[in-house]
Design a protein around this ligand. Structure first.
Ligand SMILES: [Zn+2]
Length: 504
């Protein structure tokens, strides 16, 4: 066994090599049934309960394609600006693996349903100007998912070192759409960011179409990342590696970066990059070798003899096109204009994963400024403290809108609003319930405040003297003392006014 040469630092690798990337994204469709049978296409379930003779590949069973799955695939193709084939076929991809009970997978090969589209993404990387990148889409095709094997007894959960393996066919036959980009060769140092941003945008597009829940953590969106390097200026494509099943946006970015650093070291040492699949390890941030990559001929593709060709009528395709929703990029542009935000403001919202939350809060009646203030301020801080996702906090956009409304009506000040948010996050109920239960309300009643103001003046005679001698700015100290004494419930403006009336 030879040891791999050490990684080349990223910036140095880019001085000598140009990266090319390509992404193959699998999206599990949210149809009611599987692709070729009536079994439920649901995630999970007791192992081997969502199965029938068709998806188990029992002799004599025949597949019948799901109209919904074909429609969903066309929706994705149209949203990605693809041409929809007038006539195409499913193909048999032959291979033996226990998670594929038929010993072949029904997929599409040289006749995909959707071809030649594009997706525009805006890449925002730190200090650099946001860059618009058009990612070419090579193809979008439909296939059936495989079952899942589970390797028991080893330390890693992988087959090596396992005592035995189990297989669950619940997933076998769930419709899976594969979206393949053209090679992206012009991204340079931005290649890792382009990869991440593309997958993020694709996820939003597919989610907006209502065809999948696109959850990377549950595997309904899975991503294989191809990376290659070529000497600068050579104009050729280097040998690619395929990093399989990268399961978070951050990992997509890290996997590309780490492959660039590794391949540069191999090439620097005079070696050749092997055409192979690789695994990305979340803990170390590096990839390790998987298996050598099969070429298409290894699969012995041929047209699926159990299915008639697929010829979606043009009027149906046009009907689907007309039913497409407003796409995320269009919606973002519209809301940015409505909310009067700069590009930097938008980038801040998106980087915090707060865009949809703010949109929901505005839709529930809050002002755009109020909604942004709470999500990017207090709530982002809470999420960071607990390591949670912003969207995972136990407060809804409707509830945040209600808090903002209570503040703008003067019923709460910011300090009290933070206490309301505390209560909602702690599961004490809706904002109104927390206000009632904790007795939170701004006190602007003169007699109650006057007493507190008098106390503050008595307790801080030197500060009072300063104000009397004209240093009005010192009033802040007394306002603070009153706010503290009233546990934040005083109307700060009113307190200040009372202090100045008494001392000036
Ligand atoms: Zn079935």
């Amino acid at each position: 066994m030879t040891t791999a040469p050490p990684l080349v630092p990223y910036a140095e690798a880019l001085e000598r090599y140009e990266p090319a990337i390509g992404l193959e994204t699998h999206v599990e469709l949210g149809t009611v049934t599987k692709l070729f049978c009536g079994c439920p296409a649901q995630f999970g379930g007791e192992p081997n309960t969502h199965v029938c003779p068709v998806c188990l590949g029992l002799p004599g069973s025949l597949p019948v394609p799901s109209r919904a799955a074909i429609e969903f695939t066309i929706r994705i193709g149209l949203a990605l600006n693809c041409s929809i084939a007038e006539w195409c076929r499913f193909a048999r991809k032959n291979y033996f693996y226990p998670d594929m009970p038929k010993d072949f997978q029904i997929s599409q090969y040289d006749e995909p349903l959707c071809t030649d589209g594009w997706l525009d993404v805006m890449v925002d990387e730190g200090d650099a100007e946001p860059q618009h990148v058009r990612v070419g889409i090579e193809r979008v095709h439909l296939e059936e998912d495989t079952g899942k094997s589970m390797h028991v007894g080893g330390a890693t959960g992988r087959i090596h070192g396992a005592d035995y393996s189990l297989v669950d066919y619940n997933r076998a036959g769930i419709p899976l759409v594969e979206i393949v980009t053209k090679p992206i060769t012009t991204a340079g140092a931005f290649a890792p960011a382009v990869a991440r941003t593309y997958v993020a945008e694709l996820r939003e597009v597919v989610r907006s179409l209502g065809v999948s829940d696109v959850r990377m953590e549950e595997g309904s969106l899975r991503c294989d990342v191809n990376t290659s390097l070529a000497p600068r200026g050579s104009g050729v494509l280097g040998t690619r590696t395929e990093t399989k099943n990268v399961n978070s946006l951050r990992s997509v970015e890290r996997a590309v970066r780490s492959e660039i650093e590794r391949q540069a070291a191999v090439l620097d040492a005079g070696g050749t990059v092997a055409l192979e699949t690789r695994h990305f390890h979340e803990d170390t941030g590096i990839t390790t070798s998987g298996r050598s990559k099969e070429e298409a001929e290894d699969y012995r593709y041929f047209p699926e003899p159990d299915l008639v060709p697929l010829a979606p009528p043009r009027e149906w395709v046009e009907q689907i096109r007309r039913s497409l929703p407003e796409l995320p990029s269009v919606r973002r542009e519209r809301l940015q204009a409505e909310w009067q935000l700069s590009d930097a403001d938008m980038a801040a919202l998106r980087n915090a994963d707060a865009f949809d939350l703010v949109a929901g809060t505005v839709a529930a009646g809050a002002s755009p400024a109020g909604a942004r203030k709470w999500w990017l301020g207090e709530l982002s801080r809470r999420a960071n403290e607990t390591g949670a996702e912003l969207a995972g906090l136990a407060i809804t956009p409707d509830q945040v809108a209600r808090v903002a409304e209570l503040v703008s009506s003067g019923a709460l000040n910011d300090q009290l609003a933070r206490q309301v948010i505390d209560g909602v996050l702690a599961g004490e109920g809706t904002p109104d319930e927390v206000v009632a239960a904790r007795g939170l309300a701004v006190v602007s009643d003169d007699s109650a405040l006057t007493a507190a103001v008098d106390e503050a003046i008595t307790a801080n005679p030197d500060v009072a003297d300063k104000i009397r001698s004209g240093k009005v700015a010192a009033a802040g100290v007394l306002v603070g003392a009153v706010m503290k004494a009233t546990r934040g419930q005083a109307d700060a403006g009113k307190v200040r006014q009372l202090i100045l009336e008494k001392l000036t």
